[in-house]
Write a protein that binds this ligand. Structure first.
Ligand code: NAD
Length: 476
């Protein structure tokens, strides 16, 4: 395959253009980097039709062969790590090292998903009856991915969805379609026609998918606000749903941490990928006994971090991915300024090209402030002071979100006791953001419905089928 600037849809095993295209920008420069096909409704119809025709044969394909094909697809990603990484940085903004981590993770994820097996449960094996429940694929899945980890989060769906025997139509975000479209060129060569189709397009394409009667399931990753619209639109045809939505993760830092040792890690918990991670630390609760030293250590470390174009050597944090998100983050900063909260650093956006927001840290703003209550999804972190564990657990849980969270401290028993009371899908102790293809990952409350990862994630792409057989000898 080649990495020219020709981007095509993947429909029915063929790379095809669309009647119209849309421009994709480099967020570090705001310069156009490519034209992506703008799929029309007819293109989507053709993709769904191809997926539907491919479904019976793919579902009947022995699982060993489906695994082999996913492994080959994972290998193809890894074999093209360098050009994929460069393209990802250009469209997403993240530094090359981070982009390499994402592309490598995407290949690894497909291969790891290929190692999973669907369970069969024997319900009864008595003199009169044998009954077992197995898992069967659902049909055609519509997969919708966001722009923060475009390739990796798409593979969270492609791996288990295809392994379970479904066929799929995948839609990347209009801000980051290019890497996924290049991945489509690999899929064309390694999968039977129609098993995986990839369509890029504008703001209408997602709603066309979620309301389309041709899908049996929608697997969506994106914001909670959009997740609500997806659920509403999927209701008339009762599509199965997996919704991986937003978060407002709290980190709780206990007084016995080694401040010097954890400051850097805590910084990256909040600022990796420029804060554009669903499970980034978005509120950092620090015990009052160590608040000042940890605050000072975080700010001192933050001042050493290089923000810039992700393609430049040494850049550690890139730009915000897109203009609407850039405006949202600036609006939150403006609100904090208007209210007179204390900024330890940052807060001034530059007028140079690119969606750059400086690393911004706030000193103990009120719990009710927008910067604490809303998901910022950018490089802006409120540090918050706490006194007592009951109080901080209540504050951490006082949100409609419930995606992740973390607890930091030397007393591991105490940390575990706190972790067990955080109302979210994942809680880390003395680390954060570790997500594994063999572990369930999903949101509680309004952070999502269902899970990805592990057997639980795989089962989301299946329905239970119970087959019960009365034994002949008894029937006679
Ligand atoms: P978004 O909701 O704006 O868009 C996500 C995807 O949905 C895009 O492909 C978009 O084109 C599409 N879309 C937009 N409107 C749609 C509609 N009405 N119907 C169907 N599809 C529609 O989210 P985003 O800004 O791309 O991503 C950031 C958000 O995603 C944050 O809230 C973040 O926390 C969340 N996120 C969650 C996870 C997770 O696993 N829980 C992972 C990454 C990001």
């Amino acid at each position: 395959m080649n990495f020219n600037a020709d981007y095509r849809l993947l429909i029915d095993g063929a790379l095809v253009g669309a009647a119209r295209t849309f421009e994709v920008l480099n967020p570090a420069t705001e310069a156009p980097i490519g034209q992506a096909p703008d799929a029309a409704r007819e293109d989507l119809d053709r993709a769904i039709d191809a997926a539907r025709r491919a479904f019976p044969a793919w579902a009947a394909t022995p699982i060993a062969e489906r695994k082999a094909r996913l492994n080959a697809l994972g290998d193809a990603i890894l074999a093209h790590l360098d050009p994929l990484k460069r393209l990802l940085t250009r469209e997403q903004g993240k530094p090359h090292a981070e982009a390499e981590g994402e592309v490598g993770g995407a290949g690894f994820w497909l291969k790891a998903a290929a190692g999973l097996d669907l369970p069969v449960t024997v319900n009864e094996d008595s003199e009169v009856r044998y009954s077992e429940t197995r898992r069967v694929p659902l049909g055609v899945v519509g997969a919708i991915a966001p722009w923060n980890f475009p390739l990796l989060l798409a593979m969270f769906k492609v791996g288990p969805g295809l392994l379970a025997g479904n066929t799929m139509v995948l839609k990347p975000s209009p801000f980051t379609p290019l890497t996924t479209l290049k991945f489509g060129e690999m899929a064309r060569d390694l999968l039977p026609p129609g098993v995986l189709n990839i369509v890029s397009g504008g703001d209408d394409l997602g709603p066309w998918m979620t309301s389309h009667p041709g899908f049996d399931k929608i697997s969506f990753t994106g914001s909670t606000a959009t997740g609500r619209r997806v659920m509403e639109s999927a209701a008339p045809t009762l599509k199965r749903l997996t919704l991986e939505l937003g978060g407002n993760d709290a980190a709780i830092v206990m007084p016995d941490v080694d401040v010097a040792a954890v400051a850097e890690e805590l910084f990256w918990a909040a600022f990796r990928n420029n804060g554009q991670i669903c499970i980034a630390t978005k509120r950092m609760y620090v015990h009052k006994d160590i608040y000042e030293p940890l605050r000072d250590a975080l700010v001192a470390y933050a001042r050493t971090v290089k923000v810039g174009d992700g393609a430049e050597q040494g850049t550690q944090i890139g730009p915000i991915n897109n203009k609407p998100q850039y405006e949202r983050v600036l609006d939150l900063i403006r609100d904090a300024k208007d209210k007179g909260y204390t900024f330890l650093m940052g807060g001034e956006a530059s007028s140079a090209p690119g969606y750059f927001v400086p690393i911004t840290i706030l000193d103990n703003p009120p719990e009710t402030s927008r910067i604490v209550q809303e998901e910022q999804f950018g490089p802006v972190l409120p540090l918050l002071k706490f006194d007592d564990y009951e109080e901080v657990i209540a504050r951490a849980n006082a949100t409609d979100y419930g995606l992740g969270g973390s607890v930091w401290g030397e007393d591991e028993d105490k940390a575990l006791e706190i972790a067990e009371r955080i109302a979210s899908g994942t809680v880390w102790i003395n680390e954060t953001q570790h997500v594994s293809p063999t572990a369930a990952f999903g949101g509680h409350k309004q952070s999502g419905v269902g899970a990805e990862g592990g057997i639980e994630g795989l089962m989301e792409y299946t329905a239970a089928q119970t087959i019960t057989r009365r034994k002949r000898a008894v029937a006679a």
